[in-house]
Write a protein of this length. Structure first.
Length: 131
């Protein structure tokens, strides 16, 4: 399973993203970490190039209602309909619900266990990615 972990925009806090990336790797997933200050276009391009099963976006800047819809739109335009878009960070519950209603996968607030995130990705990919 290949997972792309990304930090979009000017948010320079990547400790959480690195912890998640390490946990996913330790769970047996191949992880591609894009680093800081990515654009939605860069994230989707990397996802296409790396043939990933899921994209995880860490966002603490408050731009989640811009970033997630933009990535989702670019994914759809690029034919990545069967790739999970998930993530986490400081996202109010109402915004999480709105994003999930737009097709974004489950979003994880600070304090979520890495086991919960690994389990969710494993389950989603096994059900939705058919090879």
């Amino acid at each position: 399973m290949r997972i792309l972990v990304a930090k979009v925009g000017l948010d320079g806090h990547d400790r959480g993203a690195k912890i998640i990336a390490t946990s996913l790797r330790d769970a047996g997933m191949e992880v591609i970490y894009t680093g800081l200050r990515q654009t939605p276009e860069m994230v989707v391009s990397a996802a296409l190039q790396e043939d990933v099963d899921a994209i995880g976006v860490s966002i603490l800047s408050g731009a989640h209602m811009t970033v997630f819809p933009k990535i989702a739109k670019l994914m759809k335009e690029s034919g990545l309909d069967d790739v999970l878009l998930t993530g986490g960070g400081i996202i109010p519950d109402d915004d999480m619900t709105a994003l999930q209603n737009m097709g974004v996968g489950q979003l994880f607030p600070p304090g979520t266990t890495t086991k919960t995130i690994v389990s969710y990705i494993n389950e989603w990919v096994s059900v939705n990615r058919q090879f």
